[in-house]
Design a protein around this ligand. Structure first.
Ligand code: ADP
Ligand code: ZN
Length: 213
């Protein structure tokens, strides 16, 4: 299946995309993860992306489109779940062109709907293990021992872009540049809205139901 998981920052795209990729055997493509990896490897993409990301602004379309094209062309024959991409109309148009050329159009766009208040609550409490990537939350999923990863014992941290100023930028950017994609995909008849103000398992069930798996 070829799916886009859509929604504002903090809607739970990453968590659900990981689940879904296991459930249906499609490749999970997270542009946020790919960009963070490029930053940690200090590649030229990483060096150009870092300044935008830390402040909560979007990385330029050409950079993101290039990394997604390469990924889809190389290892997505069994389908894919896009997480955090597309985030602008030009990205969506670029994706449509690519998938048109490959003869594999998108099948569904799942929009995880959640209120602005809940987003801020989730993001500002979010922590992550830099060692193994395990996500935590001060409120909903604290580690057993404060500040330490349950799995690998590393010290857990807050992402630079989960600090208050950056959260503000990310929400404003979402409203201005990303939310218009809802109408774009509704117009194509492939948009499915899902109430994401629920717990992880409920959201999971709703997504699987919409996809009929
Ligand atoms: P979240 O969905 O919680 O904001 P992501 O990990 O998806 O987190 O993205 C983190 C940051 O990476 C974004 O704020 C942005 O700077 C950059 N980024 C990720 N995907 C894209 C994209 N498709 N276009 C532009 N920038 C992106
Ligand atoms: Zn860890």
């Amino acid at each position: 299946m070829r799916i886009v998981l859509f929604g504002p920052p903090g809607a739970g795209k990453g968590t659900q995309a990981t689940m879904l990729s296991r459930a249906i055997g499609a490749e999970h493509i997270s542009t946020g993860d790919m960009l963070r990896e490029a930053i940690s490897r200090e590649t030229s993409v990483g060096l150009s992306a870092k300044g935008y990301m830390d402040k909560g602004f979007l990385v330029p379309d050409e950079i993101v489109l290039d990394i997604v094209k390469e990924k889809i062309a190389s290892d997505c024959r069994h389908g894919f779940i896009l997480d955090g991409f597309p985030r602008t109309i030009p990205q969506a148009e670029g994706l449509d062109r690519l998938l048109g050329e490959l003869g594999m159009p998108l099948e569904a766009v799942i929009d995880l709907e959640i209120s602005a208040r809940r987003i801020v609550e989730r993001l500002s409490g979010r922590l992550v293990c830099p060692g193994c990537g395990e996500p935590y939350n001060r409120v909903s999923k604290p580690p057993a021992k404060e500040g330490v990863c349950d799995i690998c014992g590393c010290e857990i941290v807050q992402r630079d872009d989960d600090k208050p100023d950056a959260i503000h930028n990310r929400l404003a950017t979402y409203e201005k540049s990303t939310a218009p994609l809802i109408d774009y995909y509704r117009g194509k008849g492939i948009l499915h809205g899902i109430d994401a103000d629920a717990d992880i398992d409920d959201i999971r069930g709703r997504i699987l139901k919409v996809l009929g798996v």
